[in-house]
Design a protein around this ligand. Structure first.
Ligand code: NIG
Ligand code: FE
Length: 396
């Protein structure tokens, strides 16, 4: 047993509030779980003691939406957008996701692992202890499998990785017909799942991607295997994707700038998490805000993620996402931290992390700071002192 004491803990215990414990302590057992959390003065005895010296402690960060395995980069499209082209214009002209597909298909597994490793280390340096990685830049069985294998290998860096199969991301050039491609997407899934590569199934529901009917076929294939689903929904337009996803009890719907009241209602009833992605909103210079107040009123849990990808959100900073969520979306600093911890975990179907309470995993971050709102108030600054995963130190 190891005791960490003398920290300013933001436990996030309970459904609202920071759950602050000033001069708090955490007792971690040999299985890497939190055995006890409370005031330092009441802490049980332990074999080893770490003094936190008044530092801020939060749960480890959970980045529940990334596309961080890919080849190439799309800085050229950044320039094109600055000259007036839209994300959808570039996609329709064969750039966008399809350009990353070409670069990813051309990359070996080792090359993909090397570039993804650098990205994951950057996320870990800001306190990420669990992250999600999507496929979706292969769009054929071999390359989707290669991406997912790389995602699994990233766990070796000392971070938990959850994978999502996102073959329904764009129509690859070798298919003329989207319905034929969806049939192939459904066919590849059982094999990839059989290899242990898939934790969830995602899709891009949009007029430049796939319809609700096509996404429904992919979700049926997921359901046959007992896999949970999530959806890129209502990012550029309202397709009714949220209602479809909710009807499959989706873990999350992500983006949501164009989400309708009916979509919100459906998500609330299904317990589907709303994952907001301020990096993509910012980089695409979107003006339509996600319906934050209506989501709050309906009691939909709200998560936050980097959406790291080479096109719409080339960021590796979850802390910047907290600041942007507050400045651009008017989320509160507490909602932003919940979004990157307990609600991010929930968007991945994980109940065992995201809070500093007994029984949860001992995944936490030690920050140079006093009050947790400081994490959202700053930007372009990384105050992480130490990252602890399953009770193991020195992972910052
Ligand atoms: O989450 N919207 C679709 N998918 C990604 C972007 C992928 C890309 O542009 O490469 C997103 O924003
Ligand atoms: Fe995405």
């Amino acid at each position: 047993m190891k005791l960490w004491r003398g920290g300013h803990l933001a436990t996030l215990a309970g459904d609202s509030g920071w759950g602050l414990i000033e001069d708090g302590a955490l007792l971690v057992d040999d299985d890497g779980l939190l055995r006890w959390v409370g005031p330092s003065a009441e802490a049980p005895a332990a074999d080893e003691v770490v003094e936190l010296k008044g530092a801020l402690v939060t749960p480890g960060l959970v980045d529940c939406h990334t596309h961080l395995v890919y080849g190439g980069n799309r800085a050229d499209e950044f320039e094109q957008r600055l000259h007036g082209a839209s994300y959808a214009d570039i996609a329709r002209a064969g750039g966008g996701i399809k350009s990353t597909v070409a670069a990813t298909r051309a990359a070996t597994e080792e090359q993909l692992l090397a570039s993804a490793t650098r990205r994951v280390l950057a996320l870990m340096a800001e306190g990420v202890t669990t992250l999600e990685v999507k496929s979706g830049y292969g769009l054929n069985a071999a390359t989707e499998a290669r991406m997912l294998r790389v995602a699994r290998r990233l766990e070796g860096l000392g971070v938990d990785v959850r994978t999502s199969y996102l073959a329904a991301h764009a129509l690859p050039p070798e298919f003329g017909d989207a319905d034929d491609y969806i049939a192939a997407v459904c066919l590849w899934l059982p094999e990839l799942h059989g290899e242990g590569l898939v934790d969830a199934v995602d899709a891009f529901c949009e007029n430049i991607a796939f319809s609700t009917a096509q996404v429904g076929r992919v979700f049926d294939a997921a359901r046959r295997l007992g896999l949970p689903v999530k959806l890129h929904a209502e990012q550029l337009s309202d397709q009714g994707g949220a209602q479809l996803a909710a009807s499959y009890r989706a873990l999350s719907c992500d983006h949501l700038e164009h989400l309708s009241p009916a979509g919100i209602q459906a998500m609330a009833e299904a317990g589907t998490v709303a994952v907001l992605l301020p990096g993509a909103f910012y980089a695409l210079r979107e003006t339509r805000l996600p319906p934050l107040e209506a989501l709050r009123e309906a009691g939909v849990p709200i998560a936050l993620a980097t959406d790291h990808n080479p096109g719409s959100s080339p960021t590796l900073s979850p802390l910047l996402m907290m600041n942007m969520a507050c400045v651009l979306f008017r989320m509160t600093p507490e909602e932003a931290l919940r979004g990157l911890t307990v609600n991010g975990a929930r968007a991945l179907g994980l109940q065992d992390r995201g809070r500093l309470v007994a029984g949860q995993r001992a995944d936490f971050c030690v920050w140079d700071g006093g009050h947790p709102r400081e994490l959202a108030a700053c930007f372009g600054h990384n105050p992480l002192i130490e990252r602890v995963r399953k009770g193991s130190q020195g992972e910052a």
